[in-house]
Design a protein around this ligand. Structure first.
Ligand code: V07
Length: 254
């Protein structure tokens, strides 16, 4: 009977929500189901992407209030370039649109914006908007908001392998010294802890080339809810599931 160990978290409305145990340090989310959410309502896919942005804003606020240290969100994958050009063009304008409305709040909340993925492949206007947000928040010490943009895990691993191979060829590192830490240090996520919890809405039970190396020990949580409908209750549900699972990292719990 450990009911007295239950901790309570006060939300903005000053009502209390149970938060047992540890909050995951790093939560990663695949923001999936925006197009399907829109189709179900007879709306264009772009309306789904906008609704997804509202869900993202809500989730950033909740994550920050809960004390999550790193929130990584999958905004655009290397595979997404194969979508119709009009949709890609629309998506590439969203970072700027999001930051125009939300950057002041992120700054006010001491949130640090970072990005993983290949910035080179982005349109200039997209890259400039993201660069500006990163520069404006570079000194912030609060929650890290990490956008995976033009990101693919295999491309990231290839990129790391090329860097390591080049260092090896020039004698900076010997092949026998390459270990997990070496690989970690050459990934886009070098400065971040591995995710503790992956959330994927919209009913798909796949990783879809997202953080394959980094998710090696993460708890995976799936829900049928489409991303635009995702709210604080779903985040709390995922955290509760995370807290109720044994994380043993391959060892045996004593
Ligand atoms: C995008 C909205 C959220 C649902 C998922 C698909 C559509 C925010 C950004 C963003 C990216 C970088 C940045 C600031 C904001 C974004 C894309 C799509 C491509 F620095 N939402 N969002 N980027 N969607």
């Amino acid at each position: 009977m450990v009911w007295f160990l239950r901790r309570f978290f006060k939300n903005k409305e000053n009502s209390i929500e149970p938060v047992d145990g540890a909050i995951p340090q790093h939560v990663a989310i695949i923001m999936d189901g925006n197009g399907r959410w829109a189709s179900h309502r007879g709306l264009p896919r772009t309306a789904g992407h906008h609704a997804g942005m509202v869900a993202l804003r809500r989730t950033i606020r909740s994550a920050d209030e809960l004390g999550i240290k790193v929130l990584t969100v999958y905004a655009f994958s290397t595979e997404n370039w194969s979508r119709p050009k009009r949709e890609v063009d629309f998506l590439m304008r969203l970072p700027k649109e999001f930051l125009r409305t939300d950057l002041p709040e992120l700054i006010e909340k001491n949130v640090k914006v970072v990005m993983v993925g290949s910035a080179d492949g982005l349109p200039r206007h997209t890259r400039e908007a993201v660069d500006e947000a990163m520069a404006a928040t570079a000194q912030n010490t609060g929650m890290i908001l990490n956008f995976a943009l033009n990101y693919g895990s295999r491309a990231e691993i290839i990129h790391a392998m090329r860097d390591i191979a080049a260092k090896s060829a020039s004698g900076l590192i010997s092949p026998g010294d390459i270990d997990e830490q070496t690989v970690d240090n050459h990934l886009y996520t070098a400065d971040l802890p591995d995710p503790d919890l992956l959330i994927r809405p919209s009913g798909e039970i796949r990783l879809s080339n997202f953080l394959l190396w980094q998710l090696a020990y993460a708890e995976l949580w799936f829900t049928d809810v489409y991303w635009p409908d995702f709210d604080r209750r779903h985040l709390l549900e995922a955290i509760e599931a995370y807290q109720n699972r044994d994380r043993r990292f391959g060892g045996i719990k004593l």
